[in-house]
Write a protein that binds this ligand. Structure first.
Ligand code: BMA
Length: 321
């Protein structure tokens, strides 16, 4: 079993999720051309880890770059963006790429991201080695964001969470589930969960979107997600957790009423977009009962947080909406 990044809960901290003491782990200028590196995804690869990083350049063009790491904390990010080759289609147009997720399914790594095709929609690509990448058909019509694949087929089909949106800074957003027999044609769209009523849980009352690839536990699928409240100074993004039925993941068993992590450190509150915690990946070890969550902070840098899977499950059940 691969060792995921880890740091014990600091003394005196009672929170279910705690931050890495040396955050942020990736600074905004980590490659020569970058303005910011955030909302990025990682996965175990060979003897270490590989990642797909959202790097906005100094013209503020959004793109995704591959990176490698031995320990999951120190990252070597390719200064050149990923060049896509044709996968299951010749139509691989892309005005921009952002907010990637990555998951290993059967024989290859699949990447999803927000792809610019007449507005935001969900792009899909696969790779075997993080050197060559093959872009497939977009999953959906524009507009959509936050496409997150399940790590295995469900009832014989690929499954993806996503969040239909608009072409701008969407003032709404609920999480949907879609299925595909082949990673090309997507359908059987089901609503999974909606933004919460203001009076019940205001941190997630404006919009919500799936974050890291779901983790299968004895209780069902553990899904970390971001929740947004619109304030007089703009959106504030925090993180919560839901548990979905294993065989019917459009059914929500539990969902946190309080957030698990909200912007409170300086690198989360100050940056190009203040007050944003945006999780896109979670390394986990069921055996060690450990989680390492990767999140973008203030649309500027990348940070790491930790938790025990059993405690997250217990907290989600005990504090469910
Ligand atoms: C969302 C996306 C994210 C970003 C967030 C906060 O709509 O654009 O990439 O982190 O807004 O600005």
């Amino acid at each position: 079993m691969k060792k995921i990044p880890w740091q014990n809960r600091p003394k005196g901290v009672k929170d279910v999720i705690w931050r890495y003491s040396a955050n942020p782990i990736i600074g905004r200028y980590a490659i020569p051309t970058s303005n910011s590196i955030f909302n990025s995804a990682v996965v175990p690869f060979e003897n270490g880890f590989a990642g797909i990083f959202r790097c906005d350049n100094k013209a503020v063009q959004m793109n995704i770059h591959a990176g490698f790491s031995e320990d999951g904390v120190q990252w070597d990010i390719n200064p050149e963006p990923i060049q896509m080759q044709a996968g299951n289609t010749q139509m691989i147009d892309s005005d921009y790429k952002y907010d990637p997720r990555v998951v290993f399914i059967r024989d290859r790594y699949w990447i999803t991201w927000c792809n610019g095709y007449h507005g935001p929609t969900i792009g899909i690509a696969y790779t075997f080695d993080f050197k060559e990448f093959f872009q497939c058909e977009n999953a959906f019509l524009p507009f959509n964001r936050n496409g997150v694949l399940f790590p295995e087929k469900i009832n014989g089909k690929y499954a993806m969470l996503s969040r239909p949106s608009d072409n701008g800074h969407t003032p709404f957003g609920d999480i949907y589930l879609s299925y595909s027999p082949d990673m090309k044609y997507w359908g059987e769209h089901r609503c999974v969960m909606k933004a919460a009523p203001f009076n019940d849980s205001a941190w997630q009352c404006t919009k919500i979107g799936a974050g890291p690839v779901p983790i299968l536990t004895d209780e069902g699928w553990l899904v970390f997600y971001h929740g947004v409240i619109k304030t007089c100074n703009g959106f504030r993004y925090s993180m919560g957790c839901a548990i979905l039925e294993e065989n019917e993941p459009d059914k929500v068993k539990f969902r946190t009423q309080p957030y698990l992590l909200a912007p409170s450190e300086i690198y989360e509150q100050v940056g190009d977009v203040p007050n944003v915690i945006f999780p896109c990946a979670a390394l986990h070890s069921l055996e060690d009962d450990r989680l390492a969550l990767y999140y973008g902070a203030a649309d500027t840098v990348t940070a790491l947080a930790f938790g025990h899977i059993s405690e997250v499950i217990a907290f989600t059940k005990q504090n469910s909406l």
